[in-house]
Ligand binder design. Structure first.
Ligand code: SF4
Length: 676
């Protein structure tokens, strides 16, 4: 079979040309990218955008008629050529074009007279200001901005292939990105639900619209077409390709080089760097028997033995920048590959903003390094500063966690692409005498019901009864509450209690107004910030996500292991009150310290960690991907009642654990303080 350089291979080559050797070799090389396109489609929601776009380009009542469905390359090429030869305006979805070893399937192509209009549909948001194409360039205008580069280069690649393909090279080609318009609100309810994602088999899914669906049923247009021919001209002829193969490489040279390498199944080793931090070709499960492309690259570059490369590497160092450069990149450029060899002067920032107490980011990084260097597995714990923080707390303590969704195609009328939906919260309370209870929860997954206002109303009901300190983990809860406050303030059909709801939100959040930060009188305390300042465990390996910190604290706390590793302790009628468990043991002291491992998967065969990875793009602590995926799935009315109930039950249990995890961290710290 021909080894064509396709759109996705081209994208990999741009990220790192060595990846071309490891790609599509699932039997030989480990690949940590999610193996289920169905769940990925659900989580990101973007695949539906391509289906919607078809209705914007054709009057054909059956938009499916414009699609070339065959996966066979030659058949797709022949069909594209046949349709382009037809008289008049022709619209084709999934049109195929080939030039030498380059092959593409274009999302939408419209033929009008002697012009082919190419539309690459992306589930990325754009606004009216992107009509000025200089917004796609760096501030100096000497390259495509790094945010837009993957999209623009993808389009430039497609136009390049079409411009050289035998049956399209005589047309003028105009290339566009079709993007989700974040300035346009859906004028109908249920736009997302029109485009159902259906699982087909192990490897696939398809997006299906109702038979006979017409353009005029879809409301106003929420996608935006932006012509990028001028930018592509620069990509082809002026700008150097952003690759580490060589400086000043032209677009054509890069395409030919990548195509030659992939065609010949060659491996070109390039410099390792910060790009390796997120490389998917790493084997984290040695029992799989698969090779680790990551380790082969690092072995080649460092000439270290396999044994040495099993030690913690600089890619594990808690992230950040040293000056304007990524810390990992700087260390690698200084030939430092093992974490234990990190030099403080290389990772020191130019300036620091000193917190009142606790670890500075540099000190935290050096704590990580020194503990590896000294083979010290004990945790760092700064009791004095934390005690000062605790004196400020008011009982009862409240711990809250939200689950939210954000998709390109809105579920509800009046919402814009990627506008947030808050559909679930959990709430634990810790009383001054140490009693803990799962106090309340909220879950709204009914298709077509917009939950945000009910969500905040229920939260207010739970939190307004006392002045206890409220805890969140990281920024998510604060951001979402502020977003809902804005929705309430700007919605002409806001509910009657909108003013009271906004007042409540302002009281428990903070926000930026100009250069100032305005804090509510009961502004939530961020437990994540307290972790950063007062606690570091080598067991969390530089990650500060709740999922990593919780097992680390449990390992440090005999009290937690005893309390939550005992039957008859945590349940609906037991000492620690639960809303969803009858009698649950969270910790198996002999096996693992990870309570998340005691819960079954939300979806069969996929654990939460894998799904949470999906939303790392827009959530720093990578939390909530599983819940978001489940919510998006439950918006399709056809989900059988039994499955719906099972998923809802799993969501409630997971969210309960998220707030219990925060409680456990505070309980664990208290024990550590008492033991000092
Ligand atoms: S480990 Fe680094 S160099 Fe190797 S393929 Fe991955 S990103 Fe490229």
């Amino acid at each position: 079979m021909s080894r064509y350089l396709t759109k996705s291979r081209f994208k990999e080559a741009l990220a790192c040309i060595t990846k071309l050797y490891y790609t599509k070799k699932k039997e030989e090389y480990a690949d940590t990218q999610l193996a289920d396109p169905f769940l990925e489609a659900l989580a990101k929601g973007g695949f539906q955008v391509g289906e919607l776009a078809k209705y914007y380009f054709t009057d054909d009542p059956v938009a499916e008629n414009i699609t070339i469905n065959t996966l066979n390359y030659e058949a797709a090429l022949a069909e594209t050529e046949r349709r382009l030869a037809m008289p008049g305006r022709v619209v084709i979805a999934e049109a195929a074009f080939k030039f030498e070893n380059l092959f593409i399937r274009a999302d939408i192509v419209v033929k009008e007279n002697d012009t082919l209009y190419l539309y690459e549909v992306k589930a990325k948001s754009a606004s009216d200001e992107n009509e000025d194409t200089s917004t796609f360039l760096s501030s100096r205008g000497d390259r495509v901005s790094s945010d837009w580069a993957p999209y623009v280069y993808d389009l430039a690649f497609q136009k390049h292939v079409m411009a050289h393909c035998a049956f399209s090279c005589n047309y003028q080609i105009k290339a566009h990105l079709t993007l989700a318009n974040k300035d346009a609100a859906a004028s109908i309810d249920g736009l997302n639900q029109f485009f159902k994602i259906i699982k087909q088999d192990e490897d696939g899914y398809k997006v299906v619209a109702p038979a006979g669906l017409k353009r005029n049923q879809l409301g106003n247009q929420i996608l935006k077409n932006i012509n990028l021919d001028e930018v592509i001209e620069k990509v082809w002829n002026v700008f150097a390709v952003p690759t580490d193969i060589a400086a000043n490489m032209s677009f054509v040279d890069f395409v030919n080089h990548a195509s030659g390498i992939y065609h010949g199944n060659e491996r070109e080793f390039t410099a390792i760097g910060k790009k390796c931090k997120t490389c998917q070709y790493i084997n984290k499960n040695k029992e799989s028997g698969l090779k680790s492309g990551f380790h082969e690259c690092w072995k080649e570059h460092t000439q270290y033995s396999d044994e040495l490369l099993q030690k913690p590497l600089v890619t594990e160092l808690w992230g950040g920048k040293a000056g304007s450069q990524s810390i990992t990149q700087k260390l690698i450029e200084n030939s430092i590959y093992l974490l234990e060899n990190t030099k403080e002067e290389l990772i020191a920032p130019k300036a620091t903003s000193q917190p009142i107490t606790g670890l500075l980011p540099l000190e935290r990084r050096m704590t990580q390094v020194i503990k590896v260097r000294d083979n010290d597995t004990s945790s760092y714990f700064e009791a004095t500063g934390l005690k000062d923080e605790m004196y400020k707390w008011t009982y009862p303590l409240h711990f809250i966690d939200f689950e939210t969704s954000m998709v390109a195609l809105p579920f509800h009328k009046g919402l814009k692409p990627y506008q947030g939906i808050a559909f679930q919260f959990s709430h634990h309370v810790m009383h001054e005498n140490g009693t803990v209870e799962h106090k309340s929860q909220f879950l709204a997954t009914e298709p077509g019901v917009y939950p945000n206002y009910d969500f905040v109303r229920a939260l207010k009901h739970e939190l307004e009864n006392d002045q206890g300190t409220i805890f969140r983990y990281h920024n998510h809860e604060n951001s979402y509450l502020n977003m809902i406050a804005t929705q309430l303030e700007t919605n002409p059909d806001a509910p009657a209690d909108a003013v009271a709801l906004v007042e409540f939100i302002r009281k428990i959040t903070h926000r930026k107004i100009g250069k100032d930060t305005v804090c509510g009188e009961r502004n939530m305390v961020d437990l994540y910030e307290l972790v950063l300042q007062y606690y570091y465990s080598p067991n969390s390996k530089g990650s500060n996500s709740l999922k990593q910190i919780l097992p680390a604290v449990i390992k440090d706390s005999a009290y937690l292991r005893q309390k939550y590793g005992t039957k008859g302790m945590y349940g609906k009628e037991l000492a620690v009150k639960s809303l969803n468990f009858d009698d649950h043991v969270w910790i198996d002291p002999n096996k693992n310290h990870d309570p998340y491992k005691t819960l079954p998967a939300v979806f069969d065969n996929y654990n939460r960690e894998v799904l949470d990875e999906l939303i790392k793009d827009f959530d720093e602590v990578g939390d909530g991907g599983a819940a978001l995926t489940a919510y998006n799935y439950l918006q399709f009315a056809e989900v059988p009642h039994e499955q719906r109930a099972l998923i809802a039950d799993a969501l409630l249990r997971y969210c309960e654990l998220d707030t219990l995890a925060m409680v456990m961290i505070v309980e664990g710290w208290r024990e550590m303080m008492n033991n000092l």
